[in-house]
Structure formats: C-alpha cells, structure tokens
Design a protein around this ligand. Structure first.
Ligand code: ZN
Length: 241
C-alpha cells in the first residue's frame, strides 16, 4: 500500500499507474484518454502508458517518451495515437509536470456550443480561468480530419492555446489539462468535469453567476495546497486490498 504523502512533486511511474485508475474511477477517461508525467531524471522525457485502456494500465505498461512523442529505449510497444499532445505541451511549457488528455463527457458540449463558454461557477474550479478557449482542428488542418491529434504539427497548434492557460477544450473531441504536479493535473481533470456538470445544472435554472477573475486567482491560491488531501483519498480508493 502506498504511503500517504504531502510531497506531490515526487511522482513517477508508480503514481502514474494510480493516476490512470483514479481518472477512470471518476469518469474522466473510459477506454480512451491518457495521463502523463514528466520524468524527474530528464525534463526532456515523460512517462506515458503504452496504448491500452487507462483502468488496465500496470507498471509494465509505462513507457518513457521523448518530446517528439517517440518511445525511448528498446521495445516494440504500440503507442497512443495522440501521444504528441503530451510532447508538445512539455516542449512549450517548462513549468508543466503532468498532462491529462480526456474525452470527459460533460466537457465536450462546451467544445461545440456557440451559446455557452466553459466558465468556472464553483470555487473548486478557479483553475479554469475566466473562460476556457477552444482549439478547432478545422481552422488549420481543414474540414475533413478525424479530429485526433496524431502528429507534432497538430499538437503544436493545440499547445498554442496553452501558453497562458492550463486547460484547452478541443472542438468535438475533448480537453487537455496541465498541472505542476501529477496530483494537480488529476485534480483539475476531475474538477473540470464536475464544474461542467454544475454549470449545465445552473444554466438549466436560468441566469447564473460565474467566478470573477479575482475569484479565480484567489480560489486557486487557497485550494492548491489542499490537493494532497484528495490525492491521498483517491490513492486509497484505487489501491487493491
Ligand atoms: Zn483524444
């Protein structure tokens, strides 16, 4: 059983296995979606599972990748089609330590709605900032793509949306979220989905109030040091026995 910890920066392959299971338990990923963490011994490498369902990821499935999205070392593993998302974000953002890419169900409507932007309406989701931008593959890559990010050109274009934000929606597809620790990225992926659920509920009641820019900053400052409490609970929930 893992030791409960307050040191959220000390995450490697073992914690990545747990993160996969946590994201599945909380409905952020299903058979698809993935999470990565930058390698502590080399910031130009990151850990990401081979091509398999997140809930089934074990320690033997974690593969070292470089910032071109290629596997490092021996082995003939089948890799995720969209691994370039992670490579591009780590290239672009030196401060990012972990990345989640998901097709999180309640986020997708906000990637296609022309009427309602994804905004934070809950103090747990100030990390969204005042409004989440949407990356649209059609703008640069035409109207006939499969919407997936399957090379570095597409991933770089998506990462342009993450220069000043830690979250981007992807039109008709899903979302990519960054964290400065693995638990922070997992937290953000879970709470972005929950905020979207609450936002849809609030909008169904009529007019609603979103967080102000100042509230976004203040809530992030308050909540960030508390993330370890949730992470330790989630780890216990997914560990066997
Ligand atoms: Zn995807």
């Amino acid at each position: 059983m893992s030791k409960l910890t307050d040191d959220l920066s000390d995450c490697g392959p073992d914690e990545l296995v747990l993160a996969n299971k946590i994201l599945f338990k909380y409905g952020v990923v299903d058979g698809f979606g993935h999470v990565s963490v930058r390698c502590r011994d080399n910031p130009d490498h990151f850990w990401l599972a081979r091509n398999c369902a997140p809930a089934l990821v074990g320690s033997g499935d974690i593969i070292r990748h470089d910032l071109n999205g290629d596997a490092v070392g021996d082995g003939n593993h089948r890799l995720y089609l969209e691994r370039f998302i992670h490579a591009a974000v780590y290239q672009r953002r030196q401060d990012v330590i972990a990345v989640v890419h998901s097709h999180s169900n309640t986020l997708v409507p906000f990637s296609v709605s022309k009427a309602q932007k994804l905004v934070p309406v809950w103090h747990m989701a100030g990390f969204l900032g005042q409004e989440v931008s949407v990356f649209d593959t059609a703008e640069k890559f035409g109207k006939d793509t499969d919407l997936l990010i399957t090379d570095m050109d597409m991933a770089d274009a998506m990462a342009d949306c993450l220069v000043e934000s830690d979250v981007v929606l992807m039109r008709g597809h899903g979302a990519t979220l960054c964290g400065r620790t693995l638990p922070e990225a997992v937290y953000r992926a879970i709470y972005a989905e929950l905020n979207a659920q609450i936002l849809i509920q609030a909008a169904s009641l009529g007019d609603f109030t979103a967080l102000t820019a100042g509230e976004c900053v203040a809530t992030v400052k308050r909540i960030s040091p508390q993330i370890g409490r949730a992470w330790n609970l989630w780890v216990r929930e997914v560990e066997p026995g």
